[in-house]
Design a protein around this ligand. Structure first.
Ligand code: 9D3
Length: 257
């Protein structure tokens, strides 16, 4: 029995490897790691410090609040991490200054053999490390986190799902129909399960009809209507087919709010 080589190798440089490790045991990502489809390594800069206190941070030049991660332990850690991933793997720093992480970026990273994620803490890392050793900076959104670990986990989750073989057949088929532009780039339609009535609230009749063509049209109409109402920006990017335009018009007529 020889183990399969992982399709994707990720290294995370972090001062909180246990926080990252714990999250990586759960769900789709946990299973992908367990099956050897993806490998995630953790590199703690504190483990490579040379002083007795394991110093990884220091006060900012120029003064001000907070601490800055020192360049030397980070550079050594990053070098170690880079050694463990395929040649040419990009080195990505998670930071609020980064370009926004999105599904297109997830697809690009999932197609690579590997990458390194650097998670910062405190006020950030010494700029010289970024200038010298980072290929790309990514942010996960406009809010303030305490560090890059949760952002790294967000990136890992979104990317690992896209690695071939990670999702089951049903989920993969769902994702392919989205990629094919079927209902891609739209918000989801509403979901219901039993019971058919709860506190007087009924499940839409069409979903109980067994008429799969009517159900398909209803779901597409809901997806279009919700996207137009809540995320009109998504529709600007997307050309509507004549069926979709018709369904959206119907949705707007029915929606007497
Ligand atoms: C309140 C602290 N800020 C002073 C202006 C700057 C700041 C420093 C460090 C803000 C955030 C952080 C830590 N954030 C991350 O490491 C981070 C992050 C984020 O905060 N938001 C969105 N994406 C990311 S990726 C990494």
């Amino acid at each position: 029995m020889s183990a399969l080589a992982p399709r994707l190798e990720i290294e995370v440089v972090t001062l909180f490897p246990e926080e990252v490790r714990a999250a990586l045991t759960i769900g789709v990502v946990g299973r992908a790691l367990g099956r050897g489809l993806v490998r995630v390594g953790l590199q703690d800069p504190r483990s490579l410090t040379t002083d007795v206190h394991g110093t990884v941070d220091d006060r900012p030049y120029g003064g001000g609040p907070g601490m800055v991660l020192k360049v030397e332990p980070l550079a050594t850690s990053l070098d170690e991490a880079v050694r463990r991933v395929p040649a040419g793997s990009p080195r990505i720093y998670l930071s609020a200054q980064g370009r926004r992480f999105d599904q297109a970026t997830a697809r690009r990273l999932a197609a690579l053999p590997g990458f390194v994620l650097l998670a910062g803490r405190y006020e950030g890392v010494d700029q010289r490390l970024i200038d010298e050793s980072i290929d790309e900076e990514l942010s996960i959104g406009d809010y303030v986190l305490s560090g890059g670990e949760l952002a790294a986990l967000v990136v890992i989750d979104a990317v690992v799902r896209l690695v071939p073989g990670v999702l089951g057949a049903v989920e993969s088929a769902e994702q392919e129909s989205f990629a094919a532009g079927d209902a891609g780039g739209l918000l989801d339609w509403p979901h219901y399960t039993r019971p058919p009535e709860w506190r007087g609230l009924k499940v839409p009749d069409v979903l109980l009809s067994g008429d799969h063509e009517r159900i398909r049209r209803w779901r597409l109409k809901q997806a279009l209507g919700r996207t137009a109402a809540l995320r009109a920006d998504l529709l600007v990017e997307r050309n509507l087919s004549s069926e979709e335009q018709l369904l959206l018009d119907e949705y707007r007529e029915e929606d007497d709010s």
